[in-house]
Design a binder for this molecule. Sequence first.
Ligand SMILES: *Cc1c(COP(=O)(O)O)cnc(C)c1O
Length: 439
Amino acid sequence: MEFPQKGLPFDELKSDLAALKSDDMDWKSARAFSMVFRASEDVSRVVENALSTFVFENGLSPFAFPSLLRMETEVVAMTADLLHGGDTAAGNMTSGGTESIIMAVKAARDYAREKRPQVKEPEMIIPRSAHPAFNKAAYYLGLKTVVVPTSESSEVDLDAFGKAFNSNTIFAMGSAFSYPHGVIDPIEKMAAIADKKGVWFHVDSCVGGFILPFLERLGYRIPPFDFRVPGVWSMSADIHKYGYVSKGASTITYRNGELRKYQLFVYTDWNGGVYATPAISGARSGGPVAAAWSVMRFLGWEGYMRLAKDAMEATSLLMEGVRRIPGLHIIGDPPATTFAVGSDTLNVYALGDAMKLRGWHIDSQHMPPTLHFTVSPMHLKIVDPFLNDLAGAVKEVSLLKQEDISGEAAIYGMIGSLPDRAQAKEMITQYFNDLYRAK
Ligand SMILES: *Cc1c(COP(=O)(O)O)cnc(C)c1O
């Protein structure tokens, strides 16, 4: 594709954009269970106003845009309050959970470099259910990952977790809750083990951070997962998930400012001036900062609790409905608003495909094969039609023969059956490399 010679009129571009959207996942109808977290029209208006008001402002300079410095520090302080960080907590906003996690691992690595210079080959311990952003952080930052197995019900093997520590371990983590199955790791026990070894312990609340506190206050049983647990050094919490802000807004919070220092980048010898950034980005739009600040203040505890209640009610009804269908089960005992559906008798990928034909978008997961559900408040209105379609799809799939299975089911089956994981990785790398080319 060539660079255009002539420009196009605004109206034409506008209709091009609208047309391009037509093949996209329809998240507004609440028929999808991942990717977009939505509260209501009201909240969307608040987000859109904040984005357009600050879209061109640049978060790179806190001196040029004191507005953004003020909003970011207030977002971080409000988040720390939510997570019981107390007066000492310190943190920053980032572009997303991945960047927050990379910053936590980087801070832990640099902390260890200073405090434990004898460690030459640093390692980090993560449960199997940890988000791949930790593997990515390790890959970027030169750490070795030690992956601890999880049970059928997605529970971390605590014994294996304890035994994974050695003299090179500089970081360990648990999820509250995990993305794949929505299960909260035993944070108190894991943090206590790490604490005894003097190792940095991180809680990944990327998806849980902006819903668990509200569920707890609503009276749901949520085990301790935040800075109230001794031994928790840092936490990641995404505002662009259950904070209901558009993408580009996450937080990283440390127990104190001394730990946060290890995250910062400062270079004093550039001829462009003294250069300092808290996280990976250089220039960054003020939009997500303003949107996070606006939505948190628009909703407050009251608004977020109302939304958490709706999301939780929808989740309970969906999980009850799934459990009533013979052949389907829920992985583990998810306490919040994310769960995964597995089956001992059906091909769940084929079930996902059958649901897709009925207009539902459900992500497939593997090891074991499951379908993933992240539930938003908006799903409360689709519980009955969803469960009706699911019952119909289960009947249909239970009649399928193995050789009739195609689509996503076949692809996942093939990837899962490759005994050589390096081969699987190479195949996906090639596929991805080709995917990102203009057709
Ligand atoms: C979403 C998520 C992440 C990664 O966040 P991104 O915003 O996608 O970069 C990390 N951990 C958990 C538990 C998540 O749900």
